[in-house]
Design a protein around this ligand. Sequence first.
Ligand SMILES: Nc1ncnc2c1ncn2[C@@H]1O[C@H](COP(=O)(O)OP(=O)(O)OP(=O)(O)O)[C@@H](O)[C@H]1O
Length: 269
Amino acid sequence: MPPNAAEAPAEITVRDLRAGYGRHSPPALGGLTARVPRGALTALVGPNGSGKSTLLGVLAGVIRPASGTVERRPGAGRPAFVVQRSAASDALPLTVREAVAMGRWARRGPWRPLTRRDRAAVDACLERLGIRELAGRQLGAVSGGQRQRALVAQGLAQESGLLLLDEPAAGLDRPAQDRIRAVLAESTAAGTTVVQATHDLDEALAADHCLLLAGGRLLAEGPPAAVLTPAALDRAWAVPRPQRVTVNEVQAPSVETTSPSMRFGSEPG
Ligand SMILES: Nc1ncnc2c1ncn2[C@@H]1O[C@H](COP(=O)(O)OP(=O)(O)OP(=O)(O)O)[C@@H](O)[C@H]1O
């Protein structure tokens, strides 16, 4: 981890990024400018619908920006992207080990035989996520939390310099959350740049860097403790969502009325 993530060189620089899901949807990201420091853990924080997953999708290259720029460090390889649990198909006829081994395809090419080094990397990732004993089980037949750990292991198995994760610890029990937190810390210590979306304030506060999103824009970025102030969180949860503007009709902005699902560590549950 760099001593000061704000001073670390940028892994990614995003400028005036606009992205969405077609002409008929409101823009998910409406002019976002931010930087992701290299070799650090960056937390993406913001209300539901603020654009965290969309930003991860753009950084992963699976969502094409409508405009703006995304600059990666020169020579950077393909990112590894760990999607949310609900997006993973439970129906795939794969064992946990095979699912993790798919992470090696990024290097080896799909369906290519694994080398000894690939198999060692898969074993190490199973071990790091504490799912080695599940290796032979069908992915669709393990619990949601175990499957989620398998997906994180698959992301790690790619050995990418940029690991993107969409709420990797959501819904996991405390030991599994702690394990993922430790694994991500090890990854950044080894020089990997990690970006994770999270709704867990403790997790966000433990990151090196934080981007606070609201309404598809950056509200604040910097050290988590400086960004995630009660005032900033109140602001984030009060930002109106972007609205689609149609001919002859200007929709009034709607204000998010649900209270933040975030909690401060010192507050009772
Ligand atoms: N597949 C989709 N098609 C159309 N609109 C979408 C799609 N996915 C997301 N959106 C919209 O894009 C905006 C940003 O959504 P996004 O999923 O990026 O937010 P988020 O911050 O990750 O939310 P959450 O915390 O709920 O995961 C929202 O207004 C959402 O409704």
